[in-house]
Design a protein around this ligand. Structure first.
Ligand code: NAD
Length: 341
C-alpha cells in the first residue's frame, strides 16, 4: 500500500494551546491538513473560523469522528478529559499527540499507553521543553560527558499564571478539572526534563502551596529530587511571579551548564575550589536557548508520523513524569519523602 502523503488532522479542544501550537503546526505543514476540531464552546468556533476557515467544527469528538476520516489527532482539552480524547482518537484509528500532563491519575495514563500499543498507533506527549535549542544541547553535552558526572540539577519555571492572559477559562484553577496547580502544569515539564537529562528518580520530597492567588490549587512549589544515580535535583515552579531566572542548570564534576531561557546557554569549566586558585572558563554555547518550542514540536511530531524520526516523548515518559508529580503531592500531604515505585 502506498504511504500516505497528506495526513488528515484534527484537535480535540480548540483553546489556547490548540490555537498557538497544534492547529498552526498542522495547517503549515505540507504533510498534514487541518481538517477539523471538536470543542463544546461556541466562542471557540468563532475564533477558529477566523484563524483556520477551512477547519470543520464539531461540538463533541463523537460527532467529529462520526463525520470525518482522520489520521492524526491532538488532544488539547483540560487535563481531566485527556484520557477520553486519547481513547476515542485511538479507537477512530488515529495517531495521537496528547498535551501534558498526560492524565490526572497513573491508572488513566496506563490505560492510554496500553490502548495505543493495542491499536498499534503512535502516542506522543507534548513535552515542549525538550524541543528547545538549549535543552537539546544540554542533552547532547551530558551524553558526551562534557561536564563529567552530573551531581546536581536545578530547574526554575515561573510566570504570572494561565489566567488572565492565556487560557480560555479558569479550569487550570479548578482541582477537579486540572488535578493540580503550578506543580502539575509547569512542574511536569521540569520533571520530564529532569528524567530525560539525569535519569530515573528514586524519591521526591516536596512542598506545594497556595501563597498568592485565591485558587483551589497550588500556585508555587519546590521539589527535592533524589536520582537513582545518586545525584540531587531541585525544581521551583510558580504561577505568581514576574520573570526571573527561567531555565535549568546542571552541575557536574568537570563543569556546569547554565541554560537561561531568557539569555543564553553557557558552559563553565576550569578548576573548582573554594580558594583563590579556582579557575572559571566560560563559554557561550547558544545565544537563543529557548528557540524551538511549539513549532519545533509539531515539525518533530509530523516527522514521526511520516516515519522520518523515532518517537521519543513516549506514553511511558508521560507516565514516569506523572508518577513523580503525583508523588510530590503525596509528599506534601504527608510531610514525608516519597519513593517512586
Ligand atoms: N505544552 C505546552 O507548552 C502547553 C501550554 C499550555 C497548555 N498546555 C496543556 O494544553 C491543555 C489545554 O490547555 P489550554 O491552555 O489550551 O486551555 P484552554 O482553556 O485555553 O483551552 C481548553 C479548550 O478545551 C475545550 N474543552 C473543554 N472540554 C472539552 C471536551 N470535553 N472536548 C473538547 N474540548 C473541550 C474548552 O472549551 C477550551 O476551548 C492542557 O492540558 C494544558 O496543560 C500545554
Amino acid at each position: 500500500m502506498a504511504k500516505k502523503t497528506v495526513f488528515s488532522a484534527a484537535t480535540i479542544g480548540a483553546g489556547a494551546i490548540a490555537q498557538h501550537c497544534h492547529m498552526p503546526g498542522y495547517a503549515k505543514s505540507p504533510h498534514t491538513e487541518l481538517a477539523a476540531f471538536a470543542d463544546p464552546v461556541s466562542a471557540r468556533h468563532k475564533e477558529i473560523k477566523k484563524l483556520f476557515p477551512d477547519a470543520r467544527g464539531y461540538k463533541t469528538h463523537e460527532e467529529m469522528f462520526a463525520n470525518e476520516q482522520l489520521d492524526v489527532v491532538s488532544v488539547c482539552t483540560p487535563n481531566k478529559f485527556h484520557k477520553d480524547g486519547v481513547l476515542a482518537a485511538l479507537e477512530a484509528g488515529c495517531h495521537v499527540l496528547c498535551e501534558k500532563p498526560m492524565a490526572t491519575t497513573l491508572k488513566e495514563a496506563q490505560v492510554m499507553r496500553d490502548a495505543a500499543v493495542k491499536a498499534r498507533k503512535k502516542l506522543m506527549i507534548g513535552f515542549t521543553h525538550r524541543t528547545f535549542a538549549g535543552t537539546q544541547k544540554c542533552k547532547e553535552l551530558l551524553k558526551q560527558r562534557a561536564i563529567g558526572k552530573p551531581f546536581m540539577l536545578r530547574v526554575r519555571f515561573a510566570h504570572g499564571g494561565p489566567l488572565p492572559g492565556w487560557a480560555k477559562d479558569d479550569w487550570f484553577y479548578n482541582k477537579e478539572l486540572a488535578a493540580g496547580g503550578a506543580m502539575l502544569d509547569m512542574g511536569i515539564h521540569a520533571i520530564d526534563l529532569a528524567l530525560w537529562l539525569m535519569g530515573p528518580v528514586e524519591a521526591v520530597t516536596a512542598k506545594t502551596a497556595t501563597i498568592v492567588k485565591r485558587i483551589e490549587v497550588d500556585d508555587n512549589a519546590v521539589l527535592l529530587l533524589e536520582f537513582k544515580s545518586g545525584a540531587l535535583g531541585y525544581i521551583e515552579v510558580g504561577w505568581t511571579s514576574k520573570p526571573g531566572f527561567t531555565g535549568l542548570e546542571v552541575y557536574g564534576t568537570n563543569g556546569s551548564l547554565i541554560c537561561d531561557y531568557n539569555k543564553e546557554l553557557q558552559m563553565c569549566g576550569g578548576k573548582a575550589s573554594a580558594g583563590q586558585d579556582s579557575v572559571l572558563e566560560w563559554k557561550t554555547l547558544d545565544k537563543s536557548p529557548a528557540k524551538g518550542g511549539w513549532p519545533a514540536e509539531m515539525v518533530e511530531w509530523i516527522d514521526i508520523l511520516r516515519g522520518k524520526r523515532r518517537l521519543t516523548m513516549t506514553a511511558q515518559d508521560g507516565i514516569d513524569a506523572l508518577a513523580v508529580a503525583l508523588a510530590a503531592y503525596k509528599s506534601c500531604d504527608k510531610g514525608k519523602r516519597v519513593t517512586i515505585a
